[in-house]
Design a protein around this ligand. Structure first.
Ligand SMILES: [Zn+2]
Ligand SMILES: [Zn+2]
Length: 167
């Protein structure tokens, strides 16, 4: 079975160290006045990001389809220090896999709001954003595993498996 490196499942075989290291090395994350908000479908859970999102990606693997209840994930990384819950944090429910990856949901409406790693918010689901994050999904990965009913748009950067830096 093909798996992406952002594997929320309990059978994940890849660690997350590489991405954490990349985050630490990426310059300029703190030097932005941008504020982005997001919330779940019922509106009880709200968050704010004082900074930019980065590395927006969409993974079409079978696990991400289930984790995101969609044709693919739509996910971007955040700097954990720039993320805060503004309302409804007590309504969050978590699902954490064996290797420390987790997802957090609104227990009232079921929206998946963020991904976590070792308990810290690691990224957000793009679908719950209220604002324009001023980034686009930069790459579509595991397109070779996409659902047969999904038609890929033309012109997007796509990879049969992971992007080279994910492999
Ligand atoms: Zn909700
Ligand atoms: Zn995936």
């Amino acid at each position: 079975m093909r798996r992406c490196s952002y594997d929320w499942s309990e059978s994940s075989v890849k660690g997350h160290k590489e991405t954490e290291d990349n985050l630490a090395l990426r310059p300029g994350i703190m030097e932005t006045g941008m504020t982005i908000t997001g919330e779940c479908f019922c509106g009880k859970v709200k968050y704010q990001i004082d900074g930019k999102l980065h590395d927006a990606r969409s993974c079409h693997c079978s696990r991400c389809r289930k984790a995101f209840s969609a044709q693919a994930s739509a996910y971007a990384l955040v700097e954990p220090r720039q993320f805060k819950w503004c309302a409804g944090e007590n309504l969050l429910t978590s699902y954490v896999g064996k290797h420390g990856f987790g997802l957090q949901f609104c227990s009232r409406c079921g929206s998946t709001l963020c991904g976590t790693f070792d308990g810290a918010v690691h990224g957000i689901t793009l679908g719950c954003l209220n604002d324009d994050p001023e980034i686009e999904i930069g790459r579509h990965i595991y397109v070779g595993s996409r659902a047969r009913w999904e038609v890929m748009p033309e012109g997007v950067l796509q990879f049969e498996k992971g992007a080279p830096e994910d492999a």
